[in-house]
Design a protein around this ligand. Structure first.
Ligand SMILES: NC(=O)c1ccc[n+]([C@@H]2O[C@H](COP(=O)([O-])OP(=O)(O)OC[C@H]3O[C@@H](n4cnc5c(N)ncnc54)[C@H](O)[C@@H]3O)[C@@H](O)[C@H]2O)c1
Length: 277
């Protein structure tokens, strides 16, 4: 095997030549999805996130990662990552961001809607403005993102859209109280199914990916101060541990790539078995 020959894998999993867009890509799971895409051969990537400077810095970090990891699936000189500041709860901001991506790359093959927020309040005390903000980001923002992606995918003959839902679409988390979040994730799961049917004939596939408890920087910081909560979450997970962000890499690449060419409207849960008990 030469340095440029691909690692042994099913060729349909390759993302070579595909333009991928990830919202919430500056941090957490979104950032990890980008790394998985680069590892799978994607060299044209755009990340959308709230704070422009952080988003540009994350794009630079991903470019460096792409250059450093160029061995089998891609060439260092091909790696291009655009970081675009965008509040996904603003329809016009999402439209402008996708316009920029089209100007930069001329097509869009994969869209991942990962930007999302969570608050914990008992329902009786939940501040209404915060609840509206949560639905604006987690539901409306995901809808604007999916719609903008499909708008460009339909004329070009298809694409793959992945909406990041949560196991919370299927179960009620304990002990933390987060009713609007859980309902928002159920909405995202059903949005994926509904859009999948709406755009199936145009070859735009829409699926949801539902993580269980994942150890991102955010959850690590919370759990570092609360060992009891960590024990509870681990105890409720049949595999007895929390997920690492990389545990989602196989599922996201499968859904983004042609390996899932007949998969649409489905939910893939990656939760260590949480939802089946
Ligand atoms: N971490 C988990 O355990 C877990 C479990 C299930 C589902 N999820 C879902 O996965 C997705 C990613 O979560 P994460 O853990 O990576 O969270 P995170 O907070 O680490 O990352 C979320 C990213 O979204 C961005 N964002 C927030 N509001 C935005 C907005 N209005 N416009 C643009 N970007 C915005 C944030 O700046 C951040 O970079 C979310 O939708 C979340 O609900 C996470």
């Amino acid at each position: 095997m030469t340095d440029r020959s691909p690692p042994i894998t099913l060729p349909t999993f390759s993302l070579q030549g595909k333009v991928c867009v990830v919202t919430g890509g500056a941090k957490g799971l979104g950032f990890e999805f980008c790394r998985a895409f680069i590892q799978s051969g994607c060299t044209s990537l755009a990340i959308l996130d709230l704070i422009p400077t952080e988003t540009e810095a994350a794009a630079e970090e991903l470019t460096k990662y792409g250059i450093a990891s160029a061995k089998y699936n891609h060439r260092a000189e091909d790696v291009k990552v655009h970081g675009i500041g965008c509040d996904v709860s603003s329809e016009t901001a999402v439209q402008e961001a996708f316009d920029k991506i089209m100007k930069a790359y001329g097509r869009i093959d994969v869209v991942v809607a990962s930007a999302g927020i969570v608050h914990n309040y008992p329902a009786l005390d939940y501040p209404t403005e915060r609840m509206k903000q949560l639905y604006d980001v987690n539901v409306h923002g995901v809808f604007y993102t999916a719609r903008e992606g499909a708008k460009y995918m339909i004329p070009q003959g298809g694409g793959s859209i992945i909406l990041i839902s949560s196991m919370s679409a299927n179960i009620v988390n304990q002990p933390q109280l987060q009713t609007p979040y859980n309902a928002s994730k159920a909405a995202v799961k059903h949005m994926a199914a509904s859009l999948a049917v709406e755009w199936a004939k145009q070859n735009v596939r829409v699926n949801s990916l539902s993580p269980g408890y994942m150890l991102t920087k955010l959850t690590q910081d919370i759990l570092a101060k609360n060992q009891e909560l960590k024990n509870t979450w681990e105890g409720l997970t049949p595999m007895g541990r929390l997920g690492k962000p990389e545990d989602l890499s196989g599922a996201i690449v499968f859904l983004a790539s042609d390996a899932s060419s007949f998969v649409t409207g489905t939910e893939i849960r990656v939760d260590g078995g949480y939802c089946v008990i």
